[in-house]
Design a protein around this ligand. Structure first.
Ligand code: ADP
Ligand code: ASP
Ligand code: MG
Length: 408
C-alpha cells in the first residue's frame, strides 16, 4: 500500500464546512487503499489572531510563551479534522508534535526540524488509521514546544513524507499550483507543470510563500516529490522535482517578491579589518539572518558605510543591536528603512545565458524604478527597490521575459 502525505493549508480548513470537505477528500483516498498521513495548518487567520493577542499582552512577547500560544491553532484543526473523518467511518487519530516526536532545535518561533521518530506515526498507519498531524509545531529535547516559522506546516509535511518514504507529498492550498509569479498579484501569471527543486528553493526563499523554503530544502535533500494542488478545484497542479531535460530552454521561470524586508545602514564607520565581523557576529548570535550586504569606502579610504537587509520581523531587534554597535564604533549615524522590498527573477537557464541582468535593470529603469541593492547567484538576480513599485516591477518583468508564454 502506498503511503501518501497530504497537507492542507489554513484557507483549506478555514471553516467547519471546509474541514468536512477536506475530510471527504481524505476519506476517498483512504478508501482507495492508501495509507495516509494528513498534516494540517491552523484555521485561516487563527495564527495571526493568536499573534495579535500576544502583542496586545506585551510589546515583545517572550519567544517561548509565544510558541506555546501560536501552536494551539493547529491543535484545534487536527482535532476537528479527526472528528470529521471518524464521522465518515474512517479511523483517524489526531497527533500533536510531541506525540509524533517532531524534534527540533530550541530556536523558538523559527525552529528547525532535526528528526522525526518514524515509529509512532508508522504505528498509527499500520493500525489502519489516518494520522492527522499538527503542522507548524515541534518539540525540543527538553520537551519545550516550538514552532517552525510562518508557513511551517509545509515543512512538517515534507519532513514527514521524507521519514515515511512516502510516494508523494501533496500540498493542498488556495491556488492550483506554482505560478510564474503570485497569481493574486498579476493575472497574466501562468501555472507551471513542473519546477526544479533549485528553482523552487529560490522562489520560496525570495518570497513566494506558496511553499516554505525549508520544506523545499527537505524535499531536495530527501528527494521527495512535492505536488502543489488546489483543495477545491481538480486541476493538475505543479510537481516540484529534480531538474530534467524537459525543463531546459527556459531562461527565467519565475518572478518573486518580498515586502517583508528592511534595510539598515551604518554611516561613517572605520574601514579596518574586524569591523564588519564585529557587527555581523552579534547579529548572528541573536539569530538574525542577514540577506544582502553592500559596503562603500570613502575616497580617502578611512571611513566606510555598510547597508544590509533583514526580514521585517527582525528589524526592531536588529536596529537595537546595530545602534549599540554603532556607538562602540563611533558611527556617524545608523539609519533604518522599512519601506523597501526585494524583487527577483529566477531560472536555471540563467546559468548559460548572458544579458539577463542587463535586461532586468533596463526594464526597471524604463519605469523609473531605482535599484538600491543587487545580488546575484547562478540562477537568480535580486534587486532591492522602493516597496511602492513592487507590483509595477513584477508586471513589467513578467512582460519583458514573456513569462505568460510557455517556454518563454
Ligand atoms: P496555505 O495557507 O495553503 O499554506 P499560503 O497562503 O501559505 O497558503 O500560500 C499560497 C499563496 O501563495 C497563494 O494564495 C499565492 O497568493 C501565494 N503565492 C506567492 N507566489 C506564488 C507563486 N509563484 N505561485 C503560486 N502562489 C504564490
Ligand atoms: N499556521 C501557521 C502559519 O500561519 C503555519 C502554516 O500555516 O503553515 O504560519
Ligand atoms: Mg502556507
Amino acid at each position: 500500500m502506498a503511503i501518501i502525505v497530504q497537507k492542507y493549508g489554513g484557507t483549506s480548513v478555514g471553516t467547519i464546512d471546509k474541514i468536512r470537505y477536506v475530510a471527504q477528500k481524505v476519506a476517498n483516498r483512504y478508501k482507495d487503499g492508501n495509507r495516509i498521513a494528513v498534516v494540517v495548518s491552523a484555521m485561516a487567520g487563527q495564527t495571526d489572531r493568536l499573534i495579535e493577542l500576544a502583542n496586545e499582552m506585551t510589546p515583545r512577547p517572550d519567544p517561548r510563551e509565544l510558541d506555546v500560544l501560536v501552536s494551539t491553532g493547529e491543535q484545534i484543526s487536527v482535532a476537528l479534522l479527526a472528528m470529521a473523518l471518524k464521522d465518515m467511518g474512517v479511523p483517524a487519530r489526531s497527533l500533536l508534535a510531541h506525540q509524533v516526536m517532531i524534534k527540533t532545535d530550541d530556536a523558538f518561533n523559527k525552529a528547525r526540524i532535526l528528526d522525526i521518530e518514524v515509529q509512532s506515526i508508522q504505528r498509527v498507519l499500520d493500525a489502519g488509521e489516518v494520522g492527522v498531524v499538527a503542522g507548524f509545531q515541534g518539540v525540543t529535547e527538553d520537551q519545550e514546544i516550538t514552532t517552525l516559522g510562518r508557513g511551517g506546516s509545509d515543512t512538517s509535511a515534507v519532513a514527514l513524507a521524507a521519514v515515511l518514504n512516502a510516494e508523494v507529498c501533496e500540498i493542498y492550498t488556495d491556488v492550483d499550483g506554482v505560478y510564474t509569479t503570485d497569481p493574486h498579484l498579476y493575472d497574466k501569471a501562468r501555472r507551471l507543470d513542473r519546477i526544479s527543486y533549485d528553482e523552487m528553493l529560490e522562489m520560496a526563499s525570495l518570497g513566494a510563500k506558496v511553499l516554505q523554503t525549508r520544506s523545499v530544502e527537505f524535499a531536495k535533500k530527501y528527494n521527495v516529490p512535492v505536488l502543489v494542488r488546489s483543495t477545491f478545484e481538480d486541476n493538475g497542479g505543479t510537481l516540484v522535482t529534480r531538474e530534467d531535460s524537459d525543463m531546459e530552454g527556459v531562461v527565467v521561470s519565475g518572478i518573486a517578491f518580498d515586502k517583508d524586508q528592511a534595510k539598515i545602514t551604518l554611516l561613517g564607520i572605520p574601514d579596518r579589518p574586524g569591523v564588519a565581523a564585529s557587527i555581523f557576529n552579534v547579529l548572528a548570535q541573536n539569530n538574525i539572518n542577514i540577506d544582502m550586504i553592500i559596503q562603500n569606502v570613502s575616497a580617502d579610504g578611512k571611513l566606510a558605510d555598510i547597508s544590509f537587509t533583514v526580514s521585517l520581523n527582525d528589524f526592531a531587534k536588529a536596529m537595537q543591536i546595530v545602534k549599540a554597535q554603532g556607538n562602540t564604533l563611533n558611527a556617524r549615524d545608523v539609519l533604518g528603512d522599512t519601506t523597501i522590498a526585494k524583487l527577483s527573477i529566477v531560472g536555471v537557464g540563467m546559468r548559460s545565458h548572458a544579458g539577463v541582468a542587463a535586461k532586468m535593470f533596463d526594464t526597471l529603469s524604463r519605469e523609473g524604478i531605482n535599484i538600491m541593492m543587487i545580488s546575484t547567484s547562478e540562477i537568480k538576480i535580486s534587486c532591492i527597490i522602493d516597496e511602492k513599485y513592487i507590483e509595477l516591477g513584477v508586471r513589467v518583468l513578467h512582460d519583458a521575459f514573456e513569462l505568460d508564454k510557455s517556454g518563454g
